[in-house]
Ligand binder design. Sequence first.
Ligand SMILES: Cc1cc2nc3c(=O)[nH]c(=O)nc-3n(C[C@H](O)[C@H](O)[C@H](O)COP(=O)(O)O)c2cc1C
Length: 442
Amino acid sequence: MSRAETIHLAADISFLHTDYLWRMPGSWIGYPYYGSSEFYEDIARIADRGVMDMLFFGDTGGTSEDYGGNHEAVVRYGAKWPRHDMTPMIPLMAKAAPGVGFALTLSTTYHHPFHCARLFNALDHVTRGRIAWNAVTSAYKNEAANYGFDEMMDHDERYVRADEFLQVAFKLWDSIEPDALILDRERGIYADPKKVHRIDHRGRYFNVRGPLPALPSPQQRPVVIQAGLSGPGMKLAATYAELQFSTRRTLASMKQHRQALDAALAAAGRKPRDIGILWSIRIQVADSDAHAAEQERRYLESIPPEAGLVEMSAQYGVDFSTAKPGMRLSDFADEVRAQKGNLGSFEELLKTIDPNQSLKEFAHRFLVDRILTAAGTPTKIADTLEELHHETGANGGFILGRGYSAPDNIREFVDYVVPELQRRGLAKKKYAGPTLRENLNG
Ligand SMILES: Cc1cc2nc3c(=O)[nH]c(=O)nc-3n(C[C@H](O)[C@H](O)[C@H](O)COP(=O)(O)O)c2cc1C
């Protein structure tokens, strides 16, 4: 969904309290660490000032034991740990910032579509139509164990469940028509029963009678985001999503991805403009290229060499503590594939990194190199974003991710890069409408 050729702007704020971002200069300064909402409210205000479309919370409900077979390293280093439930922050942030939208992750592998439909209906009400759902399939072992599975569900089966989950959630959101509420005080009629429908869904995973016992929300259903990069992930996106997150690392690979998504959309009877892609990008704003390189060096220096391997183990479900000197990423390919975890993003690394790089060298840069980077002066960053955007069909935008700290780095982006994009007519100067869906189309 990106009717206009605007560059849509979002930020992934999932890991600001972990992954060494908490340690960067300017991060968390002046705020109580994690527990209170002021930090997140201020980020929402900054994003709103930059007319950014969306702030995103990723989620997994686990503590990785992949590195060394226990949780010692992830806890010591704060590698994707802890993972709080960020749902309660959203109403507070929405109150602090009236324009920006919010995306929340909820797994289709472990939850129930009735709960999901009801929760997102409520969040859509409370944010006045500014909520999106990142509909993920879950690929992490400890999370599976927390939800009662001794074995993680098979990769493709997770997508079968996700498909039915989305079908049910859509039926529930459609089970109340937008004009169902009457509120006729004189006749004493609350709502029109003819506009509220049972869904009577019976399927492989779910039996749900419906209707959703809720009033229709401003967007009727949340903006649906899908982020799986494998074949079944792309098919799910093409069937249900309005937005996709993608972590391609080179322009060639981005173009290929857009083509693959367009082909999947055509097969599903939809059009390229029905789904915009937000490409993950790491932004490093500085007053010169040398200064940007210096900032990156300082960030990398703050990350212990072992921590990259720990992060990779958590991401791909493989014990990289067993890596011997001289081993390469490709030496672990079969093991990663056997985990049936984050296949799409692993294949992308294999395709796009220097194949001769040693695993340890790569791991050290994993936190910064796993996604695209635009570093340097605001003009240079705007040039990069403009080129990538137009070369990939000007259909979506960018989500800031990894290696940036808050609030400082997000403020620099809003104060220096956004005005340059606005001056070029590439980014919005004001919100297109009150709902997230309108903004993503505007
Ligand atoms: C940008 C991006 C964000 C993601 N966010 C999450 C997340 O918050 N939680 C999660 O469990 N998986 C997340 N994923 C993982 C995917 O939804 C998917 O489960 C995973 O990539 C494995 O599927 P695949 O093999 O189809 O790529 C994300 C993936 C991408 C590319």
